[in-house]
Design a protein. Structure first.
Ligand SMILES: Nc1ncnc2c1ncn2[C@@H]1O[C@H](COP(=O)(O)OP(=O)(O)OP(=O)(O)O)[C@@H](O)[C@H]1O
Ligand SMILES: [Mg+2]
Lengths: 269, 288
């Protein structure tokens, strides 16, 4: 008798078509135990572009991102449904090698997390596990990664100082260097600048723009200006659904969905 | 200011209670310190007379003749504690790793945690009796330092396990995630990164457990017993400090009693050293 009110079928508003996506989430659902956090997310990540994920707190941005490298799987009760294709292969399929996956898809977190070891070791630690480099090659790789993270000039004389001795912004760039050292194809960034000061933030934004020449970046941010400055595509999330996906320039000047407009003009969230 | 009064109880009653609680808690604290210093003073007064370099390097005295030294007991205690560490620390550490990293909130982990807590509360004399039953009474049917080390290891185990778990849990999940996100396998993340991040806390657990067993007598009475000879290996009854103190202090010989006080002083100095070391380690950690 009590038939639940039928929801109108939900459609993401989309005004770009992504050719040859690196990552393609298809009907991605996510559950924390019994509670569903993502609902049928469809999202294509364009190669060598920056895709921004925006939306109010708790809308599922981090949850969505954390599916891409399967980092969620170490927690009991967290589970994903649907498919996420990486080069056409479903990375949620049971046989996927998470370790190899995470080598290809790096992740940067909100708070910088240097390992309790020297700056050099922070970068070298993962490299050693995945590549069999000679000492010389390893040193070259560390330097190259620190340069790519725009940190080399600041730390080249303190490579043997602990990573925790750096400033917050430097620590975050160290984490980026650490991730770049694995030569990833994709870099996931979950609010990478929300814990650091504006000057350091500007450096990281600049860095992201450089990085997109060689890899794909997906960045979650609460900062609308940041999304507008650095991203090519933007996905707007709300209550676990992707409301709108499109070219950043278009979305910030002329959003198609009223909810998107409300959010980017700061009326909620 | 009267409008700010929140309670209708007369203010004087509250003030009296306040003063009473404060006076009694200060008195209790002072009483605790008083007994501590009294013990320290007695041990120091009675023990310092025998202390000299030769006290650490000489064989035990014969009844009534000179003070000799505690070399055999000291070496026996060190060897047994070392062997106990070799057994108790890895098992305790891995138990802590299981609880913090793998089991966490699972039913089996809760069971393990419950058992570890229970083990922590078991009187050491029962542990001694247990080691006596399963090792000493088994072939070749004699007391041995190995049995003593086994009993001490069982006493160390829960302390190491609990502190390891607690210290690993203090490491933020963000560090675990960022290691895993680099494609570092879980076991490498634990041994290479978490252990390093928690190293001071883990060391604290080991030191706490060593200081806990350094004064244990009851479990050794049933296992290592004592010996008048140098403890070459631990397959024989083994001289040790606490049982030496126990035997000598109860003896009618004045020189033995003095040696017992001297050995007590050595144990106390050791404990003081460990406590200071712990304070130092923990201070360092707060700074970084
Ligand atoms: N570990 C968890 N267990 C249960 N529910 C969770 C967990 N983490 C997140 N959630 C829930 O899932 C939903 C999405 O959370 P998520 O962290 O993805 O949001 P977010 O968009 O990243 O928010 P923020 O901007 O605050 O970081 C929220 O309702 C949140 O309460
Ligand atoms: Mg988030």
């Amino acid at each position: 008798m009590n038939v639940p009110a039928q929801e109108a079928p939900f459609e993401t508003v989309r005004d770009v078509v992504v050719e040859n996506p690196v990552i393609s989430a298809q009907k991605l659902d996510f559950w924390y135990g019994q509670s569903q956090a993502l609902f049928a997310n469809d999202l294509d990540i364009a190669p060598r572009k920056v895709t921004a994920i925006i939306g109010p707190s708790g809308c599922g941005k981090s949850t969505h991102l954390r599916v891409y490298n399967r980092i969620f799987e170490q927690y009991r009760g967290q589970r994903a449904g649907g498919r996420v294709l990486l080069d056409g292969q479903d990375l949620l399929a049971p046989g996927t090698d998470s370790i190899a996956l995470r080598r290809r898809i790096g992740m940067i977190f909100q708070k910088p997390t240097p390992f309790p070891m020297s700056i050099f070791e922070n970068v070298a630690y993962g490299v050693r596990l995945h590549f069999s480099f000679s000492r010389k090659e390893l040193e070259r790789k560390v330097e190259e990664s620190l340069r790519a993270a725009a940190l080399w000039d600041e730390v080249k004389d303190l490579l043997h100082k602990p990573g925790t001795a750096l400033s917050g912004g430097q620590q975050q760039r160290l984490c980026i260097a650490r991730a770049l050292a694995m030569s990833p194809d994709v870099l996931l960034m979950d609010e990478p600048t929300s814990a650091i000061d504006p000057v350091a933030t500007a450096r990281i934004e600049e860095l992201v723009l450089q990085l997109k020449e060689r890899l794909t970046v997906v960045i979650v941010t609460h900062n609308m200006q940041q999304a507008a400055r650095i991203s090519d595509h933007t996905a707007f999330f709300h209550l676990g659904r992707i409301i709108e996906f499109g070219a950043t320039a278009k979305m910030f000047t002329n959003p198609s969905h009223p909810k998107t407009e409300e959010y980017i003009t700061g009326r909620f969230g | 200011m009267t409008e700010l009064r929140l309670s209708h109880r007369p203010a004087t009653g509250r003030k009296v209670a306040d003063v009473l609680v404060r006076v009694f808690s200060v008195l209790s604290a002072a009483l605790g310190i008083f007994f501590l210093f009294w013990i320290l003073w007695v041990v120091l007064k009675k023990g310092h007379t025998v202390l000299s370099w030769s006290f650490f390097t000489s064989a035990p005295p014969s009844p009534g003749e000179g003070v000799g030294g505690i070399k055999y007991a000291l070496v026996g205690t060190l060897k047994m504690t070392g062997l106990a560490c070799l057994m108790g620390v890895p098992v305790g550490l891995l138990t802590g790793v299981y609880l913090a990293e793998f089991g966490r909130h699972g039913a089996f982990a809760s069971g393990v945690r419950f058992c570890v807590n229970l083990l922590m509360g078991i009187p050491s004399i029962l542990v001694g009796l247990f080691a006596y039953t399963v090792i000493v009474l088994a072939a070749p049917r004699h007391y041995s330092g190995n049995a003593g080390a086994f009993a001490l290891a069982i006493i160390m185990l829960p302390t190491v396990a609990r502190t390891s778990e607690d210290m690993l849990l203090l490491v933020p999940d963000a560090l675990r995630e960022s290691a895993l996100a680099l494609g570092i396998p879980r076991w490498r993340m634990i041994t290479g990164i978490l252990f390093r991040a928690a190293r001071k806390g883990l060391l604290t657990g080991v030191l706490l457990s060593v200081s806990r067993v350094s004064g244990e007598t009851a479990p050794l009475l049933f296992t290592a017993l004592n010996n008048n000879f140098y403890p070459k290996n631990l397959s024989q009854p083994t001289a040790n400090l606490t049982v030496t103190i126990y035997n000598y202090a109860m003896s009618p010989y004045d020189n033995w009693q003095r040696v017992a006080w001297g050995a007590s002083l050595v144990i106390m100095a050791f404990l003081l050293g460990v406590t200071l070391l712990l304070r130092f380690i923990l201070k360092e950690r707060h700074r970084s």
